[in-house]
Design a protein around this ligand. Structure first.
Ligand SMILES: *[C@@H]1O[C@H](CO)[C@@H](O)[C@H](O)[C@H]1NC(C)=O
Length: 240
């Protein structure tokens, strides 16, 4: 999937040099490091969801994003504007791994649901032709999200910092609902097309879940940038 625009502007990065007090560091060389990261991550989530101006993290429940644009292939593109994303506060942190041998972060998350309500503009074909603009609701039920980041370690002013190199996100949802009002500017054709999309949710999910996948990716990358890449590594992961 080709990413056209990722609305990261809201997470503008400024060096703050310090973790907020609701994120408790873990000692990298202790045997309980993995569990410590999970436990402290779980405890931090309610604070993270409220947003944190000092870390440039917007409120996440709900989250508002100006724009997400996806071009899955030459036959399909969708642009969403004025997004309101709800359900992020139903998140459960399933796992988090910081692997300093592979320079890899792995995060597994589950949500009860995730809904994106926005204005859509779609053009393309998935099973059926899709064309038009109007209000949209894309909902994923019990999404399970696996997110991986390859990082490097960079030196700034004599201190080590984490730097995001590449990221990958996989989303599997148990059910998905798509509602694209006013397709083709024709209420009856729109209703019929929406019915077909929902009957074939599994087949069209890879493309139609694109905005959800991209939104989550924007959030998690923003959190990593906000909390992890602006604070010296030895203040996030203690060496004891
Ligand atoms: C979006 O769609 C879901 C699933 O159909 C529904 O439960 C939810 O109420 C809708 N949300 C809005 C804001 O329309």
């Amino acid at each position: 999937m080709k990413l056209l625009l990722c609305s990261l502007a809201i997470f503008a990065s400024v060096y703050s040099q310090k973790l907020p007090n609701y994120i408790v560091p873990c000692a990298r060389n202790k045997p309980d490091f993995h569990q410590c990261c999970i436990d402290n991550g779980v405890k931090a989530i309610p604070y993270i969801l409220k947003g944190d101006r000092a870390q440039r993290i917007p409120p996440l429940a709900p989250l508002k994003l100006p724009k997400v644009a996806i071009e899955a292939n030459n036959n399909f593109r969708i642009t969403l504007t004025d997004l309101v994303v709800s359900g992020i506060d139903t998140v459960t942190l399933k796992d988090v791994v910081f692997d300093f041998d592979k320079n890899l972060i792995k995060v597994a998350l589950m949500m009860d649901y995730l809904t994106v309500v926005a204005q859509y503009d779609i053009d393309g074909s998935l099973i059926v032709p899709l064309q038009g603009k109007g209000p949209a609701n894309i909902t994923s039920i019990r999404p399970y999200i696996e997110y991986e980041v390859d990082f490097s370690i960079v030196q700034k002013d004599g201190k080590e910092y984490m730097n995001v190199e590449k990221d990958r996100l996989q989303l599997n949802s148990q059910e998905a609902y798509y509602q694209l009002d006013n397709l083709f500017g024709n209420p009856q054709l729109s209703a019929e097309t929406n019915k077909i999309l929902n009957e074939n949710a599994k087949d069209v999910g890879k493309e139609l879940n694109g905005p959800i996948t991209q939104t989550i990716r924007t959030i998690v990358t923003g959190l990593i940038t906000g909390y992890l890449t602006r604070v010296p590594l030895d203040m996030i992961f203690l060496k004891e």
